[in-house]
Design a protein around this ligand. Structure first.
Ligand code: GTP
Ligand code: MG
Length: 193
């Protein structure tokens, strides 16, 4: 996809703030600090449109980015950040549940995991949660630049097995640093918008 235009639209916490112009939405979910915002920036060829941080928990609202006046990326706050309080965790869970149950334009969710490690308990929960809500899911294993190519297949297999992935769901290896997997991910996203 050639990205001509990419702009931040809104940080939303409630459905009344979701855009309602009927454009398709693709959400990005994953553990805090896994690299969701970096992946958006890489896909869009923008250095810092989505704010990234070495500190986990940077993204705390549903951040909508409008692409080419054609669809939205929704950057979802990450899970699994140990330092948030119980009430913050509950607020997060409620916000996500509301989003996944009410968003009519959500066409697919890109679930991002770390290629280096087996999926966390929360990664597994999230994948099953998306299945429960019947959301088509594209699993992306990012930070691929951090391990050698010889290990890719082995790590990919662990992720597929641990998530108990549906056969029809794709897993795409990616690196926000090098751009590895970018074309493949765009093709997958395009098939939903
Ligand atoms: P939250 O918004 O806190 O949930 O984090 P996030 O998932 O948006 O992560 P973010 O994109 O902010 O990245 C977290 C850290 O990982 C940053 O230091 C990034 O530079 C680094 N990072 C992200 N993707 C990659 C990658 O593909 N390769 C490498 N080497 N580093 C990455
Ligand atoms: Mg982020």
């Amino acid at each position: 996809m050639k990205v001509n235009q990419a702009e931040f639209i809104i940080s939303a916490v409630a459905p009344s703030q979701y855009p309602d112009d009927g454009l398709s939405e693709i959400a990005l979910a994953g553990r805090s600090n896994v690299g969701k915002s970096s992946l958006i920036n890489r896909l869009l060829n923008r250095k810092s449109l989505a704010r990234t941080s070495q500190r986990p928990g940077k993204t705390q609202t549903l951040n909508y980015y409008k692409i080419n006046d054609a669809f939205y990326f929704v950057d979802v706050p990450g899970y699994g950040y140990a330092k948030v309080s119980k009430s913050e965790k509950q607020a997060w869970a409620k916000m996500l549940e509301t989003f996944f149950t009410t968003s009519k334009q959500l066409k697919a969710v890109v679930q991002i995991v770390d290629l280096r490690h087996p999926p966390s308990k929360e990664d597994i929960q999230m994948y099953h949660y998306l299945k429960y809500f019947d959301r088509p899911t594209i699993v992306v294993a990012t930070k691929a630049d951090k391990i050698s190519k010889g290990k890719y297949e082995k790590h990919k297999k662990v992720i597929k097995t641990d998530l108990q992935m549906d056969k029809e769901d794709a897993i795409i290896l990616f690196s926000s640093q090098s751009g590895y997997g970018k074309d493949q991910l765009w093709r997958a996203i395009n098939s939903y918008i």
